[in-house]
Write a protein that binds this ligand. Structure first.
Ligand code: NAD
Length: 421
């Protein structure tokens, strides 16, 4: 799968369908099932009236799309962004189906979005928007039906409003309606670092598969937010040598290894990794071409392109970000023998711990962090091995291997359930 399509907004949905078509050929998917999986199960468009701070109200448009729910309730984030389109939400929902199937959690794929610009809305306006949107889509969401989560510009606080609105409508607390909540109202321990931790686990597996020792293996990371910063921290603790990192202001590098603990303190103090005295200033783009064993793009889409792919020096690229590799770049990296751990695998730690959060909410029984991390490791390692096995069997990239596993699982469940009525 290639989430770089997220930015190719004009044909994002066709692109998602094409990715399915390619894999359907590879695994010999039955034509009727292929047709079934090419389209979303359900699309809901809602008009959302929101009272604004000036006393008037404004109309917003929102969507919730459920792509396939043969394996369980829908799962997928809600995005608040001015560029949200129905096609984008449909594509993201389809990709969630594959991500949940690959990691083998009992969810289908869903996604939601509201066309709005949260950067230009007050907290009160955002709360009003969230509550009314939740109310409008409440006819199709719920712990047994479809469970939203955070995505671009939606936060744990927004998840708390969703949980509260849904609960108020039903007259009792229903924490399992949404994941990514604050721990105080039924969120899960370990959710904050889950994406980075999952990424570490699959990188460890890739290193072992390639026969490379972890100790002092050189790592470069683009992006120093939730995914990138925690990836740096966890990888350094594990024995990797983090040699270069960047954020939106620029990069910093040290061939002997950056002191990640001090670097994080510097980032919290100044808001950037730039100016850290334990390394040299590095050009942001150069991070992707840095001399390293493992490259972790953890910021933006479409950063590895046809132009710079021939200059990537890592042997492993772990896509903590969604869609960092353009399709043409993907082919170049594959032909150069570089192992790309695709986003649906490398950043699946987040949705995996979201699944644990949902299970804990349903049971009203909360686990300690160790238990969560162990469960996460088991799921990530198994998904890596299954992906690798399929990639080898078909002689294709890890991305296509991951698709083979995921699409086969969803097709099997869809077929077993049969058609109603
Ligand atoms: P974030 O906002 O916490 O961090 C983003 C980081 O990228 C920031 O450090 C920012 O400075 C940096 N950045 C922005 N522009 C940059 C540039 N031009 N060059 C270098 N760095 C730049 O976001 P996040 O949650 O860490 O998400 C990052 C990526 O990971 C996104 O693609 C997201 O979809 C993906 N992802 C995140 C999670 C999660 O649980 N956080 C889960 C799955 C996927």
């Amino acid at each position: 799968m290639d989430l770089s399509a997220v930015q190719a907004r004009d044909n994002v949905w066709e692109m998602a369908q094409r990715q399915l078509d390619e894999v359907a050929l590879l695994i010999g998917l039955n034509e009727s099932l292929h047709g079934y999986l090419r389209v979303p199960k359900r699309v809901l468009e809602v008009s959302v009236p929101v009272r604004m701070d000036d006393g008037g109200f404004r109309m917003f448009t929102g969507y919730r799309v459920q792509h396939n729910m043969a394996r369980g309730p829908g799962k997928g984030g809600i995005r608040f962004h001015p560029d949200v389109t129905l096609d984008e939400v449909k594509a993201l929902a389809m990709w969630m189906t594959w991500k949940c199937a690959l990691i083998n959690i009992p969810f289908g794929g869903a996604k939601g979005g509201v066309i709005c610009d949260p950067k230009h809305m007050s907290m009160q306006e955002l709360e009003n928007l969230t509550r009314r949107f939740t109310s409008e889509i409440s006819i199709i969401i719920g712990p047994e039906k479809d469970i939203p989560a955070p995505d671009v510009y939606t936060t744990p606080k927004i998840m708390a409003w969703i949980m509260d609105t849904f609960s108020m409508q039903h007259g009792y607390s229903i924490p399992g309606v949404v994941t990514g909540k604050p721990v105080a109202i039924g969120g899960s321990l370990g959710r904050d670092k889950a994406t980075a931790r999952g990424c570490l686990y699959v990188v460890d597996e890739a290193m072992a598969t390639l026969g490379k020792p972890v100790e002092n293996a050189r790592v470069a990371i683009q992006g120093f937010g939730n995914a990138g910063m925690y990836a740096a921290q966890l990888m350094a603790e594990r024995g990797y040598r983090v040699v270069a990192v960047s954020d939106s202001h620029g990069g910093v590098a040290n061939d002997k290894g950056l002191d990640v603990k001090q670097l994080i303190a510097h980032k919290f103090e100044t808001g950037s990794v730039v100016g850290f005295t334990g390394g040299e200033r590095a050009d942001n783009r150069a991070i992707l071409e840095y001399d390293c064993d493992v490259l972790v793009p953890a910021a933006l889409e479409k950063v590895i392109t046809r132009e710079n792919a021939p200059r990537v020096r890592a042997q492993i690229v772990a896509e903590a970000a969604n869609g960092p590799t353009m399709p043409e770049a993907d082919d170049i990296l594959f032909s150069r023998g570089i192992m790309v751990l695709p986003d649906i695998l490398a950043n699946a730690g987040g949705v995996t711990v979201s699944y644990f959060e949902w299970v804990q909410d349903l049971q009203a029984n909360f686990w300690d962090e160790e238990e969560i991390n162990e469960g996460l490791k088991r799921k990530m390692v198994r998904a890596f091995r299954e992906t690798y096995e399929q990639a080898r069997r078909h002689g294709v990239s890890m991305r296509k291997g991951a698709y083979c596993v995921a699409v086969s699982r969803v097709a099997e469940a869809t077929k077993l359930r049969g058609l109603y009525p």
